[in-house]
Design a protein around this ligand. Structure first.
Ligand code: ME8
Length: 515
């Protein structure tokens, strides 16, 4: 089925297993899921990867705190992230764990390539390290915290580290990175983030410590006893492991690499947009095509943190509001790339107005009228009038617009445009008032209901990536065959006379007493 299809490879960050999955993880993977589903419907051979980042000091410490050895610890907690895919209906094709043999082999190979290229040397690291971020910081970046502690810009506490370490010659890659950004203006999106990265690189890069000797939980550096690979070098490599690296001539690798999009939160952009392309170029591997950095969620205006006790748990919001409602809200409410706030009021507003009132109610009204007045069959349309053609044209124009938005990860814009047509369809039904035509002009009634039913079919096809369950139900209610739901089917039309099942509302309304 994949022969001749263009390839599309999209990845999420791999998540640290020490944390329980929360809305932030759900958000990043959701954005990838929606894009993966869109591309599949649009005829691409998609590879969608997610997984867990299981090595390093932070995970080692969490395992020790739990009183279990790190392998047993990660075996257990990485399941929480697999479970997130089931809960949120994510369609990832693969789930990678950095403790897998395929990954260790890829990391060792990449390391050796960097050594052969002359980009790694042995030295001593003396400086600050934040275990929470698994990141090195320059003294100038830090602030003084209580008790003489040094605090990173992320808020993480730093410790002084002094040990023998291998270094990657990052400094030497500054100019080449700048040339790469220049030649690939869409490599980092959104544009504001791109500017930040460029000024960071222009400020001068320092060689990067890429091995540690003071803990064990990680991938040993080849031929260097006592050295463990820096967890970020290990973690970033997951993106190529999953497509067959080090076998660069494998079918997977030649098909899917370079990746089309690495989706990340703004907190980890530097690793993806500076270190990662430098490692890859040094190893003679093409950098990914794009790194998209999205914003962060707050909860009712407050920063989300365990200590504040305001973590948003995906299973709880799904239980409260419904899965597709949550999926829609997260991508519609906030311009993708900006920070966003999860508020109950906004969530209920979107769910009740956009989904239940506007889209759900439209479908239910039309299908109920057809059930009642057209013998429960797709009505037979007569000649179309200008307003019928106008609605069909509006919906037919959506795919190109929505595709352009998806290609730049502007999910909110795509949804806004779809909802303009949902609104147009609502205006049309109110103006044409098909319920009044039953006696006066049944043929016109049939035409109006036909135009609406087919418009709903197209709207449902287009919104499948965001709301797979609700739209599947809508398309079932329109008797659309499962193989007639991809974007090539948009131009087809419902066949008059097709029997339709009983209509049921697909979007429940949230009523306050429900809680
Ligand atoms: O950084 N709002 O893993 P991590 C939005 N293992 N997104 C959020 C968020 C919030 N409040 N909180 C977290 C790591 N995220 C590394 C990645 S990749 C080679 C290695 C999301 O478990 C966001 O995508 O700390 C962020 O980048 C990611 O979770 C960090 O996950």
């Amino acid at each position: 089925m994949t022969a001749g299809k263009p390839a599309y490879y999209i990845t999420t960050p791999i998540y640290y297993v020490n944390d329980d999955p929360h809305i932030g993880h759900a958000y990043t993977t959701l954005a990838c899921d929606v894009l993966a589903r869109f591309k599949r419907l649009d005829g691409f051979n998609v590879r969608f990867l997610t997984g867990t980042d299981e090595h390093g000091q932070k995970v080692e410490k969490s395992a020790a705190a739990a009183g279990v050895d790190p392998q047993a610890f990660t075996d257990k907690v990485s399941q929480n992230f697999r479970a997130l895919s089931d809960l949120l209906n994510f369609s990832n094709d693969d789930f990678i764990r950095t403790t897998e043999a395929r990954h260790k082999e890829a990391c060792r190979s990449l390391w050796k390539k960097l050594v052969d290229a002359g980009d790694i040397y042995l030295g001593t690291y003396a400086g600050w390290y934040a275990v929470r971020d698994e990141a090195f910081y320059a003294e100038s970046e830090l602030e003084d915290g209580p008790d003489g502690k040094k605090i990173a810009p992320s808020g993480a506490e730093c410790e002084w580290v002094e040990e023998e370490s291998y270094f990657f010659r990052l400094e030497a890659w500054g100019e080449r990175l700048l040339a790469f950004y220049e030649a690939n203006p869409d490599f980092i999106l959104p544009a504001s983030r791109r500017n930040e990265v460029i000024s960071f690189v222009k400020g001068g890069l320092k060689d990067l410590s890429i091995s540690r000797t003071t803990f064990n939980w990680g991938i040993p550096v080849p031929d260097a006893p006592g050295h463990i690979m820096y967890v970020w070098l290990d973690a970033l490599t997951n993106y190529i492991t999953a497509v067959g690296y080090p076998d660069e001539s494998s079918e997977d690798f030649t098909t899917f690499w370079p990746a089309d999009v690495h989706m990340v939160g703004k907190d980890i952009l530097r690793f993806h947009a500076v270190y990662w392309p430098a490692f890859l170029m040094a190893a003679g591997v093409a950098p990914p095509k794009r790194v998209y950095a999205h914003g962060w969620w707050t909860n009712e205006g407050q920063k989300i943190s365990k200590s504040l006790g305001n973590v948003i748990v995906p299973s709880e919001i799904v239980a409260t509001y419904g899965l597709d409602q949550v999926r829609y809200f997260l991508l519609r409410e906030v311009p993708f790339g900006n920070d966003g706030d999860f508020s109950r009021k906004a969530m209920v507003g979107r769910m009740n107005y956009d989904l239940a009132n506007q889209f759900g109610n439209l479908a239910h009204r039309v299908l109920s009228l057809i059930a009642k007045n057209c013998e429960g069959k797709v009505p037979q349309p007569q000649a179309l009038q200008a307003q019928d053609e106008a609605l069909f044209e509006a919906v037919a124009g959506l795919l190109d617009k929505v595709r352009a938005d998806f290609d730049r990860q502007q999910f909110h814009n795509a949804l806004t445009k779809v909802w303009e047509v949902v609104s147009a369809a609502n205006r049309y039904i109110d103006q044409e008032a098909p319920w009044k035509l039953k006696k006066s002009d049944p043929e016109r009634m049939a035409t109006v209901l036909y135009v609406l039913a087919d418009t709903i079919r197209q709207l449902a096809i287009l919104t499948q990536p965001v709301m797979p369950d609700a739209t599947a139900s809508m398309l079932d209610q329109l008797s659309v065959a499962p193989d007639a739901r991809d974007f090539t089917a948009l131009d087809a039309r419902l066949a008059a006379g097709t029997p339709l099942p009983m209509s049921e509302p697909v979007f429940a309304k949230f009523v306050e007493e429900d809680v």
